[in-house]
Ligand binder design. Structure first.
Ligand code: SF4
Length: 233
């Protein structure tokens, strides 16, 4: 597993710049590296590599997703870009002032995040969209390090249980510290970072919206709470 120290960017212990992002051919998860290589051969025009975080490091909000979608971020190279999950996420971010511009499902659409940053808990596309527990653990330093490098981080939205539990672990917390559920929120004051408020949401996947597990209004309610929290801070 990659070793990455966790500290705020303003600290002298801030992680080396290179440690914030995995290499383009990161070998740490052999199954995922093989899967990437297969898709590099099948679709040489796709990104087919770990997907970098998107948005400014001085943002107060971090959104943590699960992993790149095969024909979404794995194809385009930008989180939540190119599949349905991005349609709902970016429309909601624009509505609540966390993004400006027009989302057009490709990285050159000019969409800009405002006071928000997005990263996936697992940077490489997993087969069937299901990373193993070991892969989630192995990629966690690439969640912890960008988180630690955000000097103004005040709120985190976790999309789905895997992202939620991995974020808690990255904060030095057990999953029982805030049991996953849509709309649950709590402030973590005793983690590896300073006080940060965690907001959990069901993942904005097509499956969850098609089955009405998550409606657009339910999703909006989470970001409305985040907006109110940050505006009051
Ligand atoms: S999921 Fe993360 S740790 Fe695993 S190969 Fe990809 S970038 Fe490396």
């Amino acid at each position: 597993m990659a070793k990455v120290s966790v500290a705020r960017a303003s600290s002298a212990r801030a992680p080396a710049r290179a440690a914030l992002e995995p290499g383009a051919d990161c070998p740490l998860c052999p199954r995922l590296a093989d899967f990437r290589h297969d898709w590099q051969a099948a679709e040489p025009g796709w990104h087919n590599a770990p997907v970098p975080a998107f948005g400014p490091e001085d943002a107060r909000l971090l959104i943590v997703g699960l992993a790149p979608g095969l024909r979404g971020a794995n194809r385009t190279g930008r989180p939540f870009t190119g599949d349905y999950a991005g349609d709902l996420l970016y429309a909601t971010l624009i509505e609540y002032g966390f993004a400006t511009g027009t989302y057009a499902a490709h990285p050159e659409d000019g969409l800009t995040l405002t006071d928000a940053r997005i990263v996936n808990a697992v940077r490489c596309v997993p087969p069937q969209n299901k990373p193993t527990p070991e892969e989630i653990r192995t990629c966690r330093p690439f969640l912890s390090a960008p988180m630690a490098a955000m000097p103004r981080l005040a709120a985190i939205v976790t999309l789905g249980k895997i992202a939620h539990d991995s974020t808690l672990a990255a904060l030095g917390q057990k999953a029982s510290r805030l049991k996953f559920g849509h709309g649950v929120a709590d402030t973590i004051t005793d983690g590896t970072l300073g006080p940060v408020r965690l907001f959990a949401s069901y993942h904005c996947s097509r499956y969850n919206t098609n089955t009405r597990v998550l409606t657009p209004d339910m999703f909006r309610s989470v970001f409305a709470a985040v907006r109110a929290y940050l505006d009051a801070a």
